[in-house]
Design a protein. Structure first.
Length: 126
C-alpha cells in the first residue's frame, strides 16, 4: 500500500525565508568536538513581515505545510519547534539533517532530496 499523497503541499525553509537571522551577525554556539553552529540562537529570530500569516492562510485553505531546514537536528530541533509554537505555526513535518552540513552545495543537495521525498501531487517551495 502506498503512502497517501496530499495535493498542494507547501514547503518552506526557515532562515532568511520566513525567519530573519542576519541581524545576529557572526554569533555562534560552540560545541566541543563539533562544528560551531547558530542552532542555539534560533529561538530569538523574528519572522519576516507577512511570512507566518501567508503560511497560515495556505494551511487554512487545506494545504499541508512542511518545514525543511538545514539546521542540524541534535542542536536545533528543540528551539526550532519552540519558535514554530511561539508563532502559532503548525507544520505537517519538520525535516532537519542528522549530520552537520558544512557548505551550500551539501545544504542544497540535502534539501532537494528531502523535498522530493514529501508525498504530494503538487508542491510549492518557498
Amino acid at each position: 500500500m502506498s503512502a497517501r499523497r496530499a495535493a498542494g503541499a507547501i514547503v518552506f525553509d526557515m532562515d532568511e525565508t520566513i525567519l530573519r537571522r542576519s541581524r545576529l551577525g557572526r554569533l555562534a554556539v560552540y560545541v566541543p568536538g563539533v562544528a560551531s553552529s547558530k542552532a542555539g540562537l534560533d529561538l530569538i529570530g523574528q519572522p519576516l513581515p507577512g511570512a507566518v500569516e501567508a503560511l497560515r492562510r495556505f494551511a487554512e485553505a487545506g494545504h499541508p505545510i512542511h518545514a525543511v531546514t538545514a539546521r542540524w537536528e541534535p542542536l536545533a530541533r528543540s528551539n526550532t519547534e519552540k519558535w514554530l509554537a511561539a508563532h502559532k505555526l503548525e507544520v505537517a513535518s519538520l525535516s532537519m539533517p542528522s549530520y552537520p552540513l558544512h557548505n551550500g552545495d551539501a545544504m542544497a543537495e540535502w534539501k532537494t532530496r528531502t523535498i522530493r521525498s514529501i508525498p504530494c501531487d503538487q508542491l510549492l517551495a518557498v
